[in-house]
Write a protein that binds this ligand. Sequence first.
Ligand SMILES: Cc1cccc(C(=O)NCC2(NC(=O)c3cccc4nocc34)CCCC2)c1
Length: 249
Amino acid sequence: MRIDVLTLFPEMFVGVFGASILGKARDKGIVSLNTVNFRDFANNKHNTVDDMPYGGGGGMVLKAEPIFGAAEHVVAEHSASGTSDKPPRIILMCPQGEPLTQRKAQELSAESHLIFVCGHYEGYDERIREFLVTDELSIGDYVLTGGELPAMVVIDTVVRLLPGVLGNEQSAVTDSFSDGLLEYPHYTRPAEFRGWKVPDALLSGHHAEIEKWRRRQSLQRTLERRPELLEVAELTAEERRWLEENKIK
Ligand SMILES: Cc1cccc(C(=O)NCC2(NC(=O)c3cccc4nocc34)CCCC2)c1
């Protein structure tokens, strides 16, 4: 997979793209991670990437030309490499975007080329949305200074799904989440810490009992903290009965 990030602050990605899981995925050649500063494509007199909004009002708006130029440069470079098969997804990171979900991450992980656009100021000239991008994504409803951190979040959750990126032990996390429930409690040694003991069920060595305990804990925790997830989770009839009994308490 090739990933390009169009940003005014490429330096923000050096650490994130060089460290840990993403760094290893890059070293293994599973993913190529690149940044492009779209200021380099501001071919106007003052090299400006933003300008005042038509219609007045405060703040500045990102101009279309530099972002179109940067995106077209990346597309041309990738198709020239001869490895491109289908056109890239051009993903606009913005508060108005579709909420990021694990399902969306799984969808994007099947692509061969992703281009992320990170904004600043008040946002983007609408022609970027109308005529350039294929997707708009948001990581949540809060105010940020830029789209770079959201792009890092999406890249993290997408790249970890690529074959060969995670060892077997870590991919279990994806499995537990993809059943749509919150995770069960985790414990590790010592069995007692400051008098606080690990639940007996986990020390029993009975795998069926342990799985039952974990599933029950996931249900309980989801009911307590994120009951709305239970509407769409796949539950057995017995689990639904148990929930009905516990919802009343
Ligand atoms: C709720 C709300 C209302 C109005 C503005 C903003 C806001 O934060 N505006 C600032 C910008 N925010 C984001 O890009 C951004 C923000 C949050 C999640 C995101 N997921 O992807 C990109 C995201 C947009 C242009 C520059 C940064 C937020």
